[in-house]
Design a protein around this ligand. Structure first.
Ligand code: ADP
Length: 314
């Protein structure tokens, strides 16, 4: 099968412990937690026992070591995580608004993540990989573009596949070139995993069905819509399947989509049916939001089976 790989930011996340306060309101914060959407994604793939690797860079500091040790302990290939002598590990501060939305303050561009390079270790991981997953957030880092392009060519040439999670954050740079990179990637995408309005980022249209129709016509074979507490749905050229969410008390929403995507993809790569993959992915997303910290609630198959057996659905 070959490892699933991704490229992009590794960070620590430090979060508000209250809801509705501004960033300038002094309050108890909690963290650091290992984070970065690509890192959460690859940790979840590894937890499921599948081969998983990430091309990234951290600083020569405790925040970097925290992340690398977690990923290694959870079974991910960390050989292509470079340690920058010049830049620190990036960070993100998160606060929660009363309406359920989140705001981030990111320090990525001038962190080690902004300096990701196509090292020999990265090339070696790419040449072994069977699948590339790209997080939209990683496209805000220009250094990532040539690595994705190299990986995409190499993996596709060998019959591998590409999944994309638009994962857009309003706080991250999204200039014209980021848009062009995203559009190029979409042309080669096999599996697209949008949530909320991200479908319209991928394809401007006047309705969801129009956007989906255009994306399927352009060659994407599976579109999986993440719908938070409404569960998820798969749409292909031959029809659609919806699966309900699990009922949980949400403690921290960050990371749900990353765990969902990693689990759906891994289940499909392992040969599970679409229904089974959606159920496992809904479970991985729901279980993750019951933990504070974006990577604290990544799950093994055993944990997902136990969670599914014990948790009612909507
Ligand atoms: P993203 O994090 O990318 O915005 P979602 O919020 O839709 O994506 O979360 C991804 C998946 O995780 C959902 O499709 C759902 O299965 C699960 N999930 C997320 N939040 C909850 C919740 N509060 N209750 C139950 N399931 C959830």
């Amino acid at each position: 099968l070959g490892p699933t790989i991704t490229v992009g930011e590794i960070l620590v996340e430090i979060m508000a412990t209250t809801i509705g306060k501004g960033f300038l309101d002094a309050q108890p914060l909690i963290g650091p937690f290992p984070s970065g959407a690509p890192a959460i994604f690859i940790d979840q793939v590894a937890k499921l026992g599948a081969q998983a690797g990430i091309i990234a860079a951290v600083g020569n500091d405790d925040f970097g070591r925290l992340n690398v040790e977690r990923l290694r302990d959870d079974g991910a290939d960390v050989s292509a995580i470079a340690v920058s002598p010049d830049f620190p590990t990036g960070s993100a501060f998160v606060r929660y608004a009363n309406d359920g939305t989140r705001d981030f303050v990111y320090n990525i561009a001038r962190s080690a993540a902004g300096e990701i390079k196509l090292t020999d270790a990265a090339k070696s991981l790419i040449t072994r990989a069977g699948h590339l997953h790209v997080m939209g957030s990683a496209l805000s880092i220009p250094a990532v573009w040539p690595i994705i392009n190299f990986a995409l060519q190499d993996i596709k040439k060998r019959g591998g596949t590409l999944s994309v999670d638009p994962n857009m954050r309003k706080e991250l740079a999204a200039g014209e070139e980021t848009g062009r990179q995203f559009a190029t990637l979409l042309k080669a995408t096999d599996l697209l995993l949008p949530s909320g309005d991200e479908l319209f980022v991928a394809c401007p249209a006047s309705s969801e069905s129009e956007a989906i129709g255009k994306l399927l016509a352009s060659g994407i074979s599976e579109i999986v819509m993440k719908r938070g507490q409404k569960g998820s749905a798969l749409v292909t050229k031959t029809g659609s399947i919806s699966r309900p969410a699990f009922i949980v008390d949400e403690v921290d929403p960050t990371g749900a989509g990353d765990c969902f995507g990693a689990t759906y993809l891994t289940c499909r790569r392992l040969g599970h049916s679409a229904e089974q993959a959606l159920d496992y992915a809904n479970a991985a997303g729901a279980r993750n939001v019951t933990y504070r910290g974006p990577m604290e609630g990544t799950s093994t198959f055993r944990e997902l089976d136990q969670f599914i057996a014990a948790t009612p659905r909507k």
